[in-house]
Design a binder for this molecule. Structure first.
Ligand SMILES: Nc1ncnc2c1ncn2[C@@H]1O[C@H](COP(=O)(O)OP(=O)(O)O)[C@@H](O)[C@H]1O
Ligand SMILES: [Mg+2]
Length: 352
């Protein structure tokens, strides 16, 4: 059975990916592992599922998990606060002691002060903490692109220092596994084209679910009463996007038919794209609309685009940032972020 429950909702398949991660954590840390893929394919959910259902249950792992979507990082001090906490024996309840295995490093007030005043290097301190740990260390960072544009001290970029630290933990000292998650592949592309990071990294794509997964999932929900033809229609419009299928399950009954719901989704998506054209005009960048249309024509004929030119690349950057296109830096190809966008591209071109 592929269907599990996680935090009270359906969690579909991912057995192969789970096995991949468990094997990976069993090995010695050698490289930084980048987990990437289109927005909402389930990267965060999958990693949190693995942490909660496997890693936390084994006493042999020391897990540090930071999700920068949930923590506001506006400067170096707030970054430190997201990692370090002053030791305070009196307020240490059993509850926050167990909570802390998940996040923060605890340290003496005077050490914290030295780090904040840049008298002691944060990353050297963290490496020593990992070195003291008897269990297997796993550091997981989600939404790392939030560290862009933050400076440590003078002109030192926090992101660069942090990535050096990740390389030190893996390739150089083998003290900890490091997993970094991101949907922002323009950001990832920069990493991939940085020779030091490329050599010291591995990249794992987490894509949308398969047709078989969606079929088994929707058939198992007998109360929905979907026939195989309905499921094929849903897959034709929404592909393997778990989040869009969950939305359909919640909302389709408000429509006269399944087809009407799906057609409405195309309309909404098409308008979302048209809205970005408006933004481009405001930015005096309407010259990117034609290259975008070239890209989507390519996607509609081949399933992906590998066109290259200055304007095409600028359009890819813009529409990836909007999460309409997805650029895979490893394959060097561009696709739609999910299937509904492909349907909306067809509609957009046929509307002229
Ligand atoms: N395997 C899955 N089965 C069912 N729903 C999923 C699955 N993976 C993700 N989802 C749902 O899709 C949504 C987006 O997932 P998320 O993990 O935030 O994506 P990402 O981190 O890749 O952007 C969430 O609401 C989550 O519940
Ligand atoms: Mg995520």
């Amino acid at each position: 059975m592929l269907i599990k429950r996680f935090r009270g909702v359906d969690f579909i398949n991912r057995d192969k990916e789970i096995e991949f991660f468990l094997n990976y954590f069993n090995k010695n840390p050698e490289r930084v592992m980048w987990i990437y893929g289109p927005k909402s394919t389930g990267k965060t959910t999958l990693i949190e599922y693995v942490i909660e259902n496997y890693l936390l249950k084994e006493k042999s792992y020391n897990i540090k998990y930071l999700n920068f979507r949930r923590i506001l990082i506006s400067n170096f001090d707030s970054f430190i606060d997201s990692l370090l906490e002053e030791k305070d024996e009196e307020t240490q309840t059993e509850l926050n002691r167990s909570y802390n295995i998940f996040g923060l490093f605890q340290l003496e007030a005077k050490t914290l002060k030295k780090i904040k005043e840049h008298k002691k290097n944060l990353f050297n301190y963290l490496i020593e903490e990992f070195r003291k740990e008897k269990r297997k260390n796993i550091l997981i960072i989600d939404e790392i692109q939030s560290l862009q544009d933050i400076y440590m001290n003078g002109d030192k970029k926090l992101l660069n220092e942090f990535l050096n630290f990740c390389v030190a933990l893996t390739k150089e000292t083998h003290l900890s596994h490091v997993l970094i998650l991101t949907s922002n592949t323009i950001f990832l592309n920069e990493i991939y084209n940085n020779s030091k990071m490329k050599e010291t990294s591995r990249f794992k794509l987490i894509d949308h679910l398969s047709y078989e997964d969606i079929k088994e999932w929707l058939i198992s929900k007998k109360d929905l009463g979907f026939r195989v033809e309905d499921i094929d229609l849903i897959y034709e419009y929404l592909g393997g996007s778990a989040t869009r299928i969950k939305k359909l399950i919640e909302e389709y009954k408000d429509f006269n038919s399944l087809k009407e719901y799906l057609e409405n989704e195309i309309e909404i998506t098409k308008n979302e794209i048209k809205f970005t054209f408006r933004e481009l005009r405001k930015l005096n960048k309407e010259y990117l609309i034609e290259p975008f249309k070239e890209i989507i024509k390519d996607i509609l004929t081949k399933g992906y685009s590998d066109k290259e030119s200055k304007e095409i690349e600028e359009a890819i950057d813009f529409f990836c940032e909007k999460e309409i296109l997805f650029f895979d830096p490893i394959k060097n190809t561009t696709t739609a972020n999910s299937k509904i966008y492909v349907k909306a591209f067809e509609r957009l071109l046929s509307d002229g």
